[in-house]
Write a protein that binds this ligand. Structure first.
Ligand SMILES: Cc1cc2nc3c(=O)[nH]c(=O)nc-3n(C[C@H](O)[C@H](O)[C@H](O)COP(=O)(O)OP(=O)(O)OC[C@H]3O[C@@H](n4cnc5c(N)ncnc54)[C@H](O)[C@@H]3O)c2cc1C
Ligand SMILES: *[C@@H]1O[C@H](CO)[C@@H](O)[C@H](O)[C@H]1NC(C)=O
Ligand SMILES: *[C@@H]1O[C@H](CO)[C@@H](O)[C@H](O)[C@H]1NC(C)=O
Ligand SMILES: *[C@@H]1O[C@H](CO)[C@@H](O)[C@H](O)[C@H]1NC(C)=O
Ligand SMILES: *[C@@H]1O[C@H](CO)[C@@H](O)[C@H](O)[C@H]1NC(C)=O
Ligand SMILES: *[C@@H]1O[C@H](CO)[C@@H](O)[C@H](O)[C@H]1NC(C)=O
Ligand SMILES: *[C@@H]1O[C@H](CO)[C@@H](O)[C@H](O)[C@H]1NC(C)=O
Ligand SMILES: *[C@@H]1O[C@H](CO)[C@@H](O)[C@H](O)[C@H]1NC(C)=O
Length: 523
């Protein structure tokens, strides 16, 4: 680790002396971020990357949404926690704004990157993946994506309660909660963690567990967002699951398919997921600028184990819902990512948005919400050059949400910050992708707000207003949504006290403005 004394002496040196250490095209050094970058580079040149370097270019563009490619003054990507802690001290010294990135999948501009007024701290150097031989816990560096984790664990027949697709990043996922195909059995991904190693706002490195003196911090990092610490290692429980049965099915289009699909989703939410927690689905209604107004229906189906015809999923196959194509088959989670991740090349280079509409299970409410969205989306987006959307009414079960409050033999049974009321839901996740044109943002924002308002109005007219839940899942919300209002007030206050205890100067709130900040919650 570079000496901090070097910082003190270098600060006394004129900038001209320091600039000799820099790439020569760096001209004026006049903002706090530029000064901090110069100092980071002078002490740790191999971890400090400037805009003309390939590491920087990858880190600044490898985002799910290109709206995040903001162009920081520099990118600091250390490979050990102590170096990240040192960088936090340097950034504080220079009062340089900064952002923290993990896998880069949160599609809210400015939540995982920063423009040239700031420095990007990157998780990309933390690539470790180590299995503990005795406990079989796995230490996951936050540079990993779930595909890397599944691949590393496959030879042991092990897996973790992690992402449903391999492309997704790890640190944002777990600190925001984390929905896995295994969550119906074991709860949130963050309910299956053993420890977090992290950097505090004073630059120190601590390991937080459910029982040590940082237990409060550990709790906050299980769904409370990024106001408390920067994570450098995630220790997870593993489960022996050499094979799961998983695949993607397409059902085509038309009104018969539409009806059978909504029936199957609804029945799964009421019966399938409650009868058998090993089953899980991601149903998706798809449309886009090239679909000529028509909708197509697809689903990911998952079953824990080798059963290729589980009763809980039978309504997603013939005779109820005949498949046009189907890849449902036993394999490892790693093998699954090889199939599923291939599809994501088509979204590269686009802008993306998420928006969530959470409903308590009710078929009429689901139908109204679905019809409303597809009535509005085509005309609202007709001026966009390219767009496509997935409307996913993801069933979530009472048992899933009980797993972190009840000791069921798995995970951490002391509750989590999110405190979602155990019930059967559809958390309808809207995913919208469109060409990388900044002028499209207000058009999309307006559509999403109008859709939300219209759905509420129509549900109210049908006497179904109580079917709208207040709980919004952090990793699937859009920027304007009232995230903290869906958390229990007592949990929000506890999160605020934990934030105050570990970061009294609000470094990770004010100097690192991007992300969901509990200080913004009104309680
Ligand atoms: C294709 C796709 C599939 C998805 N599938 C699922 C799914 O199956 N289940 C699910 O629950 N969610 C899913 N998501 C949502 C996903 O959980 C979020 O996008 C999540 O934030 C991704 O984590 P990340 O590391 O890529 O986040 P980033 O975008 O890098 O960061 C998200 C937030 O976490 C903070 N952060 C990042 N790294 C660190 C760190 N080291 N320490 C502290 N804070 C940090 C950032 O500052 C930012 O505020 C999916 C998203 C996409 C795009
Ligand atoms: C980046 O800029 C420096 C200084 O001008 C130069 O030496 C270096 O070759 C550049 N690197 C790339 C990849 O262009
Ligand atoms: C940079 O160099 C130091 C010293 O050799 C080393 O400890 C570190 O791992 C290297 N890489 C990064 C990304 O920091
Ligand atoms: C960078 O972002 C800040 C905060 O959003 C904004 O005030 C500033 O104008 C931006 N600067 C540039 C150069 O885009
Ligand atoms: C839709 O279902 C009706 C009633 O079962 C049937 O008569 C009709 O042929 C079906 N249409 C298509 C396109 O399959
Ligand atoms: C399948 O659908 C039928 C109605 O067609 C319903 O009675 C049954 O409960 C459903 N089964 C599951 C597991 O969803
Ligand atoms: C698009 O839809 C219209 C109306 O349903 C239809 O007349 C037309 O043939 C369709 N075009 C294509 C290319 O499918
Ligand atoms: C599934 O089948 C594979 C291959 O036959 C076997 O290795 C594995 O143990 C089975 N898994 C389960 C959960 O039955």
């Amino acid at each position: 680790m570079p000496s901090f004394i070097a910082l003190a002496s270098a600060l006394l040196a004129p900038v001209a002396v320091l600039s000799g250490l820099l790439p020569s095209n760096a001209t004026l050094i006049n903002t706090p971020a530029q000064e901090a970058c110069h100092f980071l580079y002078s002490q740790m040149p191999n971890a400090t990357h400037f805009p003309n370097q390939s590491f920087y270019i990858t880190d600044n563009t490898n985002f799910w949404s290109q709206a995040s490619a903001l162009g920081p003054a520099c990118d600091f990507a250390p490979s050990c926690a102590e170096d990240l802690g040192w960088a936090v001290k340097v950034l504080k010294h220079y009062s340089a704004p900064f952002a923290m990135r993990g896998g880069g999948h949160m599609p809210i501009a400015g939540f995982n990157n920063i423009n040239s007024s700031g420095v990007l701290l990157s998780s990309s150097g933390f690539t470790h993946l180590n299995l503990e031989p005795n406990s079989k816990n796995v230490h996951v560096g936050p540079a990993n994506h779930w595909a890397d984790v599944y691949k590393g664990l496959e030879p042991y027949g092990l897996t973790v309660v992690g992402g449903r697709l391999g492309v997704v990043g790890v640190p944002g996922f777990v600190t925001g909660g984390g929905i896995s195909f295994f969550s119906w059995q074991y709860g949130w991904a963050s309910n299956n963690l053993v420890s977090y190693t992290c950097v505090l706002a004073d630059g120190s490195v601590v390991k937080a567990t459910p029982t040590n003196k940082f237990a409060d911090l550990f709790w906050a990092l299980r769904g409370g967002g990024n106001s408390y610490a920067l994570v450098t290692d995630i220790e997870m429980k593993t489960y022996y699951k050499p094979a799961v049965t998983i695949g993607q099915a397409s059902y085509g289009s038309g009104s018969n398919v539409s009806k059978a699909f909504i029936d199957a989703v609804h029945n799964f939410a009421v019966y399938g997921q409650t009868d058998d927690a090993k089953a899980s689905i991601i149903p998706i209604v798809n449309a886009g600028s090239t679909s000529n107004g028509s909708l197509t229906y697809t689903a990911y189906r998952f079953y824990d184990g080798n059963n290729t015809a589980p009763a809980a999923l039978k309504n997603f196959t013939a005779p109820s819902l005949p498949t046009l194509t189907d890849t449902f088959q036993p394999r490892s989670m790693h093998q699954w990512t090889l199939e599923s991740d291939a599809a994501f090349t088509q979204t590269k280079g686009l802008r993306e948005r998420f928006y969530i509409i959470p409903l308590y299970v009710d078929k009429q409410a689901l139908q109204i919400a679905t019809d409303t969205y597809f009535e509005m989306v085509f005309s609202a987006l007709s001026s966009l050059e390219l767009w496509f959307t997935g409307w996913s009414p993801i069933p979530v079960s009472e048992r899933f949400l009980q797993a972190s409050t009840h000791s069921n033999g798995h995970g951490v049974p002391d509750g989590d910050p999110m405190g979602a009321e155990p019930a059967n839901y559809y958390w309808i996740e809207i995913a919208l992708s469109y060409a990388n044109v900044a002028e499209y943002e207000p058009i999309v924002t307006k559509l999403l707000q109008n859709v939300d308002a219209k759905i509420r109005t129509r549900l109210q007219a049908a006497g179904l207003e109580d079917k709208v839940s207040k709980f919004l899942y952090l990793n699937d919300v859009d920027e304007g949504q009232a995230l903290w209002e869906g958390y229990p007030k007592a949990n929000v206050r506890r999160l605020q006290r934990i934030r105050d205890k570990y970061d009294p100067e609000m470094v990770f709130t004010k100097q690192m403005p991007g992300g969901w900040k509990v200080a913004d919650a009104k309680v």
